[in-house]
Design a protein around this ligand. Structure first.
Ligand SMILES: NC(=O)c1ccc[n+]([C@@H]2O[C@H](COP(=O)([O-])OP(=O)(O)OC[C@H]3O[C@@H](n4cnc5c(N)ncnc54)[C@H](O)[C@@H]3O)[C@@H](O)[C@H]2O)c1
Length: 259
């Protein structure tokens, strides 16, 4: 990235709470100017009032492609640059606060699928498209999930979208690099945020979102080869994930004819 940290601007989506809020605090501590975006106005404005100027909160629904172009334009107009995009906003099938270890098929409806897809996948794609038009933008980091690497049968829609953003990011890695933009994907494990269902909280240890915030900042300020990173537990730390190649040609099955 060109310029000192003091000059750099990062836009974080889903910045009102959880991992996004922790990441906003982390980048402020590292000298960046942080623009936080979310649909949760109350939580976002409260956090950024505490962070103070020049950091600012802006309303953004990541599902709205036109709003994406408006927000990056407004940032360039006001701050003169945008260096890093952290595409972090995300939702699960069940409403926040609901138990998650019931029958996932009870929640598998067109409406639920579209809700999760529109935030988790469209929101990331629209962010990348808007970012591509920003002169000087050099880094994009996407918050995926462990559910991008291992199916989470308690939430198949969430799993599908997280696999999809991983695939999207991997396919875009080289074309974006040709435009001077590096894309990374971070796959957190179970993290203590309002996304975590109460029944999961009882059985799985939840890591502090500050661990993911530090991991995101470490990736963005490093040139270490990526692009996929696992951040499951503080104990295991941040690890590069080796994306598997095509599997070997074993277990062949002869293709049969109708007769
Ligand atoms: N908490 C975990 O265990 C965990 C694990 C792996 C990955 N993640 C991922 O981390 C990211 C952040 O989640 P979190 O755990 O901090 O949960 P969170 O619910 O605290 O934060 C998500 C934020 O996204 C915002 N948001 C939702 N829909 C939006 C929209 N349409 N436009 C803009 N903002 C929107 C919410 O208002 C909220 O502030 C998500 O992508 C999530 O899938 C979380």
């Amino acid at each position: 990235m060109n310029g000192s940290a003091a000059e750099k601007v990062i836009l974080i989506t889903g910045a009102a709470t959880g991992i996004g809020a922790a990441t906003a605090r982390e980048f402020v501590a590292r000298g960046f100017t942080v623009v936080g975006a979310d649909i949760d106005r109350a939580a976002g404005e409260a956090l950024f009032a505490e962070l103070g100027a020049p950091h600012e909160f802006r309303m953004l629904d990541v599902r709205d492609a036109a709003a994406w172009h408006a927000i990056v334009g407004a940032i360039i107009d006001r701050l003169g640059r945008l260096d890093v995009l952290h595409l972090n906003a995300g939702v699960m099938m069940r409403p926040k606060g609901a138990a998650i270890m019931d029958d996932p098929l009870a929640w598998f409806t067109p409406e639920t699928f579209c809700k999760v897809r529109s935030v988790n996948l469209d929101g990331v794609a629209f962010g990348i498209i808007a970012g591509m038009a920003v002169p000087g933008l050099s880094r994009i980091i996407v918050t995926a999930s462990g559910a991008a690497l291992l199916p989470l049968d308690i939430d198949p829609c969430y799993t599908a979208t997280k696999y999809a953003v991983l695939g999207l990011s991997l396919a875009l890695e080289k074309p974006l690099a040709a435009r001077g933009i590096r894309i990374d994907v971070i796959c957190p494990g179970a993290i203590d945020t309002s996304l975590t269902a109460p029944d999961v909280r009882e059985v799985v240890h939840q890591e502090d979102p500050a661990f993911i915030a530090r991991s995101v900042a470490t990736i963005v300020t490093s040139d270490a080869p990526g692009p996929v990173w696992m951040a499951f537990t503080e104990k295991d730390g941040l690890q590069r994930y080796d994306v598997p190649g095509l599997p070997g040609m074993s277990g062949a099955l002869d293709v049969t004819d109708a007769a």
